[in-house]
Write a protein that binds this ligand. Structure first.
Ligand SMILES: Nc1ncnc2c1ncn2[C@@H]1O[C@H](COP(=O)(O)OP(=O)(O)OP(=O)(O)O)[C@@H](O)[C@H]1O
Ligand SMILES: [Mg+2]
Length: 299
């Protein structure tokens, strides 16, 4: 029998969303999801699933068989011919994940900072941004952003607000591509959430590639189009729930940026520039809903 390479991940409390209490629960959740993926119809052939080897909640460890290939972020960075095929499959993979059956116990949430409610979720991020000294987050802007999310949700259909199993960190860095098969990994955040969450997250991450490295050309639109076609909803980006989630993702990204301690002046400069871009995008998202003037929502 050939030797298997094993990948062992160890969770450590991080003072933000992982504590000594939540780590064992997350480990158990990740292991359960990976084990159940094996039974999802349609996840076969070019749509791969990681294989669980072992997990020890008390130690915070999850062991999976190593998936051969390269993470999709590196594949996209090369901008080769297979990128569109890979992102198309990434969309298809999410569509299949959404057929994973939900058990009652799956609704248990292990974190207070990630509430189900999108408005509460955004409010927590806005407060955290303000507490970390981002003066841009005024009361007026907070209200405008939360009202926008609220309006989008009100304008949405019940179908768009459906919940399903979500990966919840569906980024190219958490997906492995071997040129034929696409296998998502890292199910540590998986939970029941809005079914458009993974879709919006992946598109957001693609957009961030161009934002983080603007000195190069990235065919982000083409990749995003291929991804949503794979998902089976080519026009999903016009769905109000998708747009509300996009605001949530911009807030998360802004918070990550603000929390990051720059290692040197160049990085500090880049972080500053990124913050400005993210703020502009947030304002644009709010304006596109309200059509408000510059005076009403000063930038
Ligand atoms: N089963 C696997 N097969 C191959 N590589 C893996 C596997 N699991 C993890 N990796 C590699 O280890 C990296 C980190 O793993 P993972 O994403 O599960 O952990 P993480 O702590 O959430 O990391 P991050 O915060 O960077 O997302 C992956 O980007 C990938 O390169
Ligand atoms: Mg990861």
């Amino acid at each position: 029998m050939g030797e298997r390479s094993i990948f062992v991940k160890t969770y450590v409390p991080d003072g933000w969303d992982q504590s000594h209490e939540t780590v064992p629960l997350r480990v158990a959740r990740e292991a359960t999801v990976i084990a159940r993926l094996g039974g999802v119809g349609g996840l076969r052939g070019r749509l791969g699933v990681p294989r669980l080897v072992d997990h020890v909640p008390a130690l915070g460890t999850v062991a999976t068989e190593a998936v051969s290939g390269t993470t999709l972020d590196k594949v996209l960075a090369r901008n080769g011919e297979d990128c569109r095929r890979a992102v198309f499959l990434a969309g298809k993979w999410i569509q299949r994940l959404q057929s994973l059956r939900i058990e009652l116990a799956d609704y248990a949430s292990y974190t207070e900072i990630d509430p189900d409610d999108l408005i509460m979720y955004c409010d927590i991020r806005l407060r955290a941004l303000s507490e970390r000294g981002l003066r841009w987050v005024t009361r007026r802007r907070t209200a405008a952003i939360l009202n926008t999310v609220d309006s989008l949700l009100r304008a949405s259909s019940a179908t768009s607000r459906s919940r399903s199993w979500c990966h919840c960190d569906y980024s190219p860095g958490n997906i492995i591509w071997d040129g034929f098969k696409l296998t998502p990994i890292d199910f540590g955040n998986a939970r029941i959430d809005l079914e458009l969450l993974d879709v919006a997250t992946f598109v957001h991450r693609l957009e961030m590639i161009a934002l983080v490295r603007p000195w190069r050309f990235w065919p982000v639109r083409k990749w995003a189009d291929a991804f949503v076609r794979g998902y089976g909803r080519p026009n999903v980006s016009s769905d109000p729930v998708f747009q509300a989630i996009a605001i949530r993702l911009l807030l998360c990204r802004l918070l990550t940026n603000v929390r990051r301690v720059a290692q040197n002046r160049r990085q500090a400069g880049h972080d500053f520039w990124m913050r400005a871009c993210l703020k502009r995008r947030l304002i644009k998202a709010v304006r596109s809903v309200y059509g408000v003037s510059r005076q009403e929502l000063p930038s």
